[in-house]
Design a protein around this ligand. Structure first.
Ligand code: ZN
Length: 217
């Protein structure tokens, strides 16, 4: 089982599952030529998709178009079901920056046929994650992220522009799924997603808190 490193307690804990949100920034929905969702669009990656900072991620032979999506993620700190929005914050222990690597050509083909897009989003290496830092009493609306590729700015965004806030997402997901300690929730990408090439060096930041470096092979 793959793990996440918690900076504060200096421990690695198992990640049971990874939830992700689709189209959770309006401008990204627009660049994907789709509507801003009325309910959270939730999908999962297997824990086996995780790699950590310093990893080299190979572009799978099945694709010609692997994209970066840079996303703030939250770490669940304790088990819960049917969590109320007002209580959701107490279930979040930590946060970090991650990449939702996406095989866009496969995803588009699968979506067009109405099929699950799992293989385009859940493959090995598709979830690079930083170490996680405690959320303490941080105002999430102050969180900012950015991604540079080979030193050039590719994506930047502010959590305050997310469509569905994490508290609402936790309430929504936990109506159907038990949340477990170590689960990750990726909160979606701002605009600026683009293709990656072998040799690209990615540097993603949750500005002021933590960062992640990955190389594409
Ligand atoms: Zn994403």
């Amino acid at each position: 089982m793959k793990t996440i490193h918690l900076s504060k307690s200096n421990e690695d804990i198992i990640v049971p599952k990874i939830f992700c949100l689709g189209k959770n920034y309006a401008k990204h929905a627009v660049e994907m030529k789709s509507d801003v969702p009325e309910k959270p669009i939730v999908f999962m990656k297997p824990s086996s998709a995780i790699v950590h900072g310093g990893a080299k991620v190979k572009i799978p032979p099945m694709t010609k178009d692997m994209h970066h999506e840079t996303e703030i993620f939250f770490v669940i700190g304790k088990e819960g079901k049917n969590i109320r929005k007002e209580d959701a914050r107490s279930y979040i222990s930590a946060m970090g920056i991650g990449l939702d690597l996406t095989l866009r050509d496969l995803q588009t083909e699968l979506k067009n046929k109405g099929n699950p897009w799992l293989i385009s989003k859940g493959f090995d290496g598709s979830a690079p994650i930083s170490n996680a830092v405690p959320v303490d009493s941080i105002d999430f609306n102050s969180l900012e992220l950015k991604l540079t590729v080979n030193g050039q700015l590719r994506q930047q965004g502010s959590y305050k522009n997310t469509v569905f806030k994490i508290e609402e997402v936790i309430a929504f997901i936990s109506e159907l799924f038990t949340l477990e300690r170590g689960d990750l929730i990726f909160t979606g990408t701002p605009e600026g997603v683009a293709q990656l090439k072998p040799g690209d060096k990615l540097h993603a930041e949750l500005i002021g808190f933590t960062s992640l470096d990955v190389e594409i092979a």
